[in-house]
Design a protein around this ligand. Structure first.
Ligand SMILES: Nc1ncnc2c1ncn2[C@@H]1O[C@H](COP(=O)(O)OP(=O)(O)OP(=O)(O)O)[C@@H](O)[C@H]1O
Ligand SMILES: [Mg+2]
Length: 541
C-alpha cells in the first residue's frame, strides 16, 4: 500500500481513543477521533476514511446503527467493531450486518495492528477492484459503442455492395442486350483463340448456335473457302491492333460459302497484356451480288461502246465486199462456174458477218427502238413459229405452260423476240449435244416454256421460264455466261453474243434475267418483266 489509510476511531472513552490513535499513527495511518455516533456519521459522509473502529456501545446511537448508515450510504468504509466481552452477541450481529471484524476490549496491541492492517489492505484491494471494474465498464461501454459503429458501417457497406452488385448486374445485362441486338455478328476469343462469346447475329450468319461454338477454336468454326482465315486474322493482328473491312469467304454450318466483311481488334487488360480478340462481321452476299451486277453492267457498257465503233467501221467495207460478190454473180455468164459458187460463199459468210454486226449494234444499244403494249405470250408464239419446225426435226418436244389472260406489258416485240430466239437456239443446241446413256426413249428432249404472273417485293411481274433438259451448264461458267463473246461452241457455230445481247435487252425492259442449271440435267433461263401501273404510265408518256 503506497499511502497509509485514513482511520476513524469512534469511542466515548477518550482514553481508549488516544491509545488506539497513538498505536496506529506509529504505524503511519492518518487517524481521526469522534466521541459519539452522530459525529461519526457526519465524519464518514464524504467517504474519506478507509477504516472505522467503532465501539458498539455509544452514548447517543449504537455502533450497529452506524453500521446500518454506512451500508445505506454505500460507503467503501471497512468497519472494525470494539466490544466488551459482555456484548459479544452484538459483535456477531455486527459481523452479520457487514462489519469486517471485531476486537474485544481489552485488546493486545499486536492484535489491533494486525486486524487494522488486514482491514486496510483488503479495503484497498476492494477499492482497486472497484476502480478496475469501473475502468473495465468504461472501456466496455467504449467497446460497445465502437462495435455499434462498426456494425453500422458494416450494414452500410453491405447495402452499398448489394446496390453496386445490382448496378453491375444491370450493366452486364444491358451490355449483353446491346451485343445481342447488334446488326453485326460478334464473336470474342481468348488469348488461345478459343471462342468465348457468340451473339445472335453471329448464329444467324454462320448457322452455328452459341453453345456449340463456345470453347471451340476459332479455326474450327470459321472455315474459310480457300485460305486459313484464322491464321490470316492472327497474323494481321500481330502487326496492327485492329483490322477493318477485311473481306473473306467462309463456309456456314451447311457448308455454303458466304462472303463476310470483318473488323477485328485485340483485347487487352489494364496492364496491356493481350487477353483475346473481338471480331465483328457482316454477311455481304447481297452487296456482292449488287457489285457483280454493277461490274457486269459496266463491262457491257464499255464493251458496247468499243464494239459499236468497231462495227461501224467494218460495215462500209463489208457492204462493198457484198456488193462486189453480188456483181460477180451477175456478171459471170456461166452460172455453173466455180466462180459463181465462190461468190455465193462470199455472200453467205458476208451475211453472217452482217448479222453479227447488227447483233453487236443491238448489244451496244445503238439501235434503240420504241416500246408498245405487247402480249408476251404472242411474242413467244411468233418466235416458236419461226423455230418449231426445226425443233421438231431434231426430236424436241415443246411444252407450253402459259397462264391465260396475262396483261400486256411495255415492250419492244422485235427485241424480245431476239431474246427468246437466242434462248430457244441455245436450248436446242444443248439438247442436241447431250449424250444420253439410255437411247430407248426417243422423245426425251424437252423444251418447256412457262409464262405466269409473280410478285417480287410486292410488285407484279410476268415471269418467262425457258427450260430444257439438255447438257446443262457447269457451275464455273455461271459468272461468265452473260459476258460478250463467252461461248463454248466451236468456231463458226456461236459468237457468244446471244446471252449478253439478251441481258441488255431485258435490262432495257426494266427486267431481270437469271439462270439455274445442273450439268447433264437441265437449264432454265428465268426472265422477269415488270407490269406495274407506273410502268404503263411510262408507256403512256
Ligand atoms: N440452254 C443452255 N444449255 C447449256 N449451255 C448453254 C445454254 N445456254 C447457253 N449456254 C452456254 O452459254 C454460252 C453462251 O451462250 P450465248 O448464247 O451467249 O452464246 P452462244 O450460244 O455460244 O453463241 P451465239 O448465241 O452468239 O450464237 C454457250 O456457249 C453455252 O456454253
Ligand atoms: Mg446463243
Amino acid at each position: 500500500m503506497s499511502a497509509k489509510a485514513n482511520i476513524l476511531i469512534v469511542d466515548d472513552e477518550i482514553g481508549v481513543c488516544y491509545t488506539i490513535k497513538d498505536i496506529l499513527e506509529d504505524e503511519g495511518y492518518g487517524v481521526s477521533i469522534t466521541l459519539n455516533g452522530n459525529d461519526a456519521i457526519e465524519a464518514i459522509k464524504d467517504n474519506s476514511f478507509h477504516v472505522a473502529i467503532i465501539d458498539i456501545n455509544l452514548p447517543d446511537i449504537s455502533g450497529l446503527e452506524i453500521l446500518k448508515e454506512i451500508r445505506s450510504m454505500n460507503l467503501d468504509l471497512y468497519s472494525i467493531m470494539l466490544t466488551a466481552a459482555a456484548t459479544l452477541e452484538n459483535s456477531i450481529k455486527a459481523l452479520n450486518q457487514g462489519a469486517y471484524a471485531y476486537i474485544v476490549k481489552p485488546f493486545q496491541v499486536e492484535q489491533l495492528k494486525d486486524i487494522v492492517k488486514r482491514a486496510t489492505d483488503e479495503q484497498h484491494l476492494v477499492l482497486e477492484n472497484k476502480k478496475l471494474l469501473r475502468e473495465l465498464q468504461i472501456s466496455n461501454a467504449a467497446l460497445k459503442e465502437a462495435k455499434a459503429k462498426v456494425d453500422d458501417m458494416n450494414r452500410a457497406l453491405e447495402t452499398r455492395i448489394r446496390q453496386r452488385t445490382r448496378e453491375l448486374f444491370d450493366q452486364k445485362e444491358r451490355t449483353e442486350a446491346i451485343i445481342e441486338s447488334l446488326a453485326d455478328g460478334l464473336c470474342t476469343v481468348d488469348e488461345h483463340w478459343q471462342i468465348t462469346s457468340f451473339n445472335r447475329q453471329a448464329e444467324k450468319i454462320t448457322g452455328f448456335q452459341a453453345d456449340e461454338v463456345i470453347g471451340k477454336h476459332h479455326a474450327e468454326i470459321f472455315k474459310s473457302q480457300n485460305s486459313d482465315y484464322t491464321r490470316q486474322l492472327i497474323e494481321s493482328l500481330k502487326t496492327k491492333e485492329n483490322i477493318s473491312h477485311m473481306e473473306v469467304y467462309i463456309r456456314n454450318k451447311n457448308r455454303q460459302v458466304i462472303p463476310i466483311r470483318v473488323s477485328a481488334a485485340l483485347l487487352k487488360d489494364k496492364n496491356g497484356k493481350i487477353t483475346g480478340a473481338v471480331e465483328n462481321f457482316r454477311d455481304i452476299t447481297e452487296q456482292k451480288q449488287l457489285q457483280e451486277q454493277l461490274i457486269q453492267a459496266s463491262k457491257l457498257a464499255s464493251m458496247g461502246e468499243l464494239l459499236a465503233n468497231f462495227t461501224h467501221e467494218i460495215k462500209n467495207p463489208l457492204n462493198g465486199m457484198l456488193l462486189f460478190a453480188n456483181l460477180i454473180q451477175v456478171e459471170i455468164k456461166d452460172k455453173d462456174s466455180e466462180i459463181v459458187d465462190y461468190a455465193d460463199r462470199i455472200l453467205q459468210e458476208g451475211n453472217r458477218i452482217s448479222k453479227i454486226a447488227s447483233d453487236i449494234l443491238t448489244f451496244s444499244r445503238q439501235n434503240r427502238q420504241e416500246y408498245h403494249p405487247e402480249d408476251v405470250t404472242e411474242i413467244i408464239e411468233t418466235t416458236l413459229a419461226l423455230t418449231e419446225h426445226q425443233l421438231q426435226l431434231d426430236g424436241i418436244k415443246v411444252i407450253r405452260k402459259f397462264e391465260p389472260g396475262l396483261p400486256k406489258i411495255a415492250a419492244n416485240s422485235g427485241r424480245l423476240q431476239q431474246v427468246f430466239l437466242n434462248l430457244i437456239n441455245n436450248a436446242q443446241y444443248a439438247l442436241n449435244k447431250k449424250v444420253i446413256q439410255d437411247s430407248s426413249d426417243k422423245n426425251w428432249k424437252i423444251l418447256q416454256i412457262s409464262i405466269y404472273k409473280i410478285e417480287k417485293e410486292g410488285k407484279p411481274y410476268i415471269r418467262i421460264e425457258i427450260h430444257d433438259n439438255g447438257m446443262g451448264i457447269p457451275e464455273k461458267h455461271f459468272n461468265k455466261l452473260f459476258d460478250p463473246f463467252f461461248t463454248t461452241k466451236p468456231v463458226g457455230q456461236g459468237t457468244g453474243l446471244g446471252l449478253s445481247v439478251s441481258y441488255g435487252i431485258i435490262q432495257d425492259h426494266w427486267g431481270t434475267i437469271d439462270v439455274e442449271s445442273r450439268v447433264s440435267e437441265f437449264t432454265t433461263f428465268i426472265i422477269d418483266l415488270p407490269m406495274a401501273d407506273s410502268y404503263r404510265e411510262i408507256l403512256d408518256a
